[in-house]
Design a protein around this ligand. Structure first.
Ligand code: FDA
Length: 392
């Protein structure tokens, strides 16, 4: 039987950060994980280069029932603090776009960095350990595992969300929260491709592989980033971002030519080159494969001279404000994160401790705080892990 100060369930981004901070304070800390390797999501993140934070990280980049919950932790451990750690380990990095910081070489550098920090503070990581039961018979927590019983004064739940189950992701943290009487905001897949049925699905499928710069909006929220057609529907950063806001049964609006007022451009083209084909004029704005498909779908044909303002306006509307209603998302199978989770009203924003169960902490993706695409989710893992690590 092992008696610990701090037991952390889950050796991902948040769990390792928390363990490092607790270890630094001289706490006897153990991290357990059912996986064979730690932090697998870091390894595959950012296309293998880990978008580990974002220079522009701010509370506005996070979704939560309580948008203020993340403020304290993000302020006390910022993107610049994490960057200083990366630099201390001489990991080469670069800014790709929009403040997104990536490793030059490999995401494995971030995992190595965390493991070496953990070792330096005397923390222990134990992999391939199934959690069988968690109880709190007295002041301490008792956790029975496939490798024997453990006891700890503080229990930190850092098991993430259920996105990408084939990597070992589970909803364990939510079940545990509910069993201890905490509320869980219903989780759902986020940062995930959108799927379509019928004609739009066929259209997307024929265009699979085509990408454009686009503005994608849902109600008042909009993102301008790449959009990618896939065999099932739409993906790319702008779509992943809007998926976190999209509500079932409602349309998203896609502006395929965000730089251009298509109506005015076509009107000017009609005046200058009336013999030009409408499709040729559209070809100056969009990839030809896309123009061909949209022209078929929306019956855009003939010479510019033969198009009335009404027709040009209709063509422009399809490009600048294309309304599409997804049937769903690709779900947890491909989602980068999970929206919802342990209700922040049951947690301290300073320490991540449960207000109902003293000594029980939730950090990282398990909590109802979900970042935009672009390094924000890891920053939340670092910041929330750091916050708990100061007090456990
Ligand atoms: P995380 O999922 O990292 O760790 C949870 C750990 O708990 C895992 O090691 C798991 O094995 C373990 N566990 C789960 N259930 C368990 C159980 N029942 N028993 C024992 N152990 C259990 N974010 C970002 O900011 N930049 C990026 O580039 C990317 N890229 C990206 C790509 C892909 C493909 C995905 C799926 C996700 C991303 N993300 C991302 C999101 C990011 O990976 C995610 O937000 C963090 O990993 C969350 O960190 P946590 O530590 O909370 O959970």
């Amino acid at each position: 039987m092992r008696d610990l100060d701090v037991l952390i369930l889950g050796g991902g981004a948040a769990g390792l950060m928390c363990a490092i901070e607790a270890g630094r304070r001289g706490r006897k800390v153990l991290v357990i994980d059912h996986a064979a390797k730690p932090a697998e999501k870091i390894r595959i993140s950012g296309g293998g280069r880990c978008n580990f934070t974002n220079l522009n990280c701010a509370p506005a980049n996070f979704l939560s029932r309580n948008p203020r919950f993340c403020v304290s932790a993000l302020k006390r451990y910022t993107q610049h603090d994490f960057l200083a750690l990366v630099e201390k380990h001489r990991i080469a990095w670069h800014e790709k776009t929009l403040g997104q910081l990536f490793c030059d070489d490999s995401a494995r550098d971030i995992i190595r960095m965390l493991l070496s920090e953990l070792e330096a503070v005397g923390g222990t990581l134990q992999l391939e350990t199934e959690i069988k039961a968690v109880e709190k018979p007295d002041e301490r927590f008792s956790v029975s595992t496939s490798r024997g019983p453990l006891w700890a004064s503080s229990l930190v739940v850092a098991t993430g969300g259920p996105s990408i189950p084939k990597m070992g992701a589970t909803g364990f943290g939510y079940d545990l929260a509910r069993r201890f009487g905490l509320n869980v905001i219903p989780p759902r897949a986020a940062l995930v491709p959108l799927t379509f049925s019928d004609a739009n699905k066929d259209l997307c499928s024929r265009l699979a592989g085509v990408s454009v710069d686009a503005i994608v909006s849902f109600q008042k929220t909009r993102f301008r980033e790449g959009l990618l057609f896939t065999h099932r529907g739409l993906s790319g950063p702008s779509i992943l971002q809007i998926s976190s806001y999209w509500e079932e049964g409602k349309p998203v609006s896609v502006n395929l030519a965000p730089q251009t007022d298509v109506f005015e451009t076509l009107r000017a083209a009609r005046q200058q080159s009336p013999k030009q084909d409408l499709k040729t004029a559209l070809g100056a704005l969009l990839p030809n494969r896309l123009v061909d498909e949209l022209a078929n779908a929306f019956q855009l044909k003939g010479r510019l001279a033969d198009q009335s303002d009404k027709v040009l306006r209709r063509a422009a509307e399809q490009l600048n404000n294309w309304q599409l209603t997804p049937v769903g998302t690709e779900g947890y199978r491909t989602a980068e994160v999970t929206l919802g989770g342990v209700d922040t009203k049951d947690l301290s924003s300073r320490t991540m401790e449960s207000s109902k169960v003293p000594g029980l902490y939730f950090i990282g993706e398990t909590v109802d705080v979900t970042g935009h695409l672009g390094g924000f989710n890891f920053q939340w893992a670092w910041s929330s892990g750091h916050a708990a690590g100061q007090v456990v």
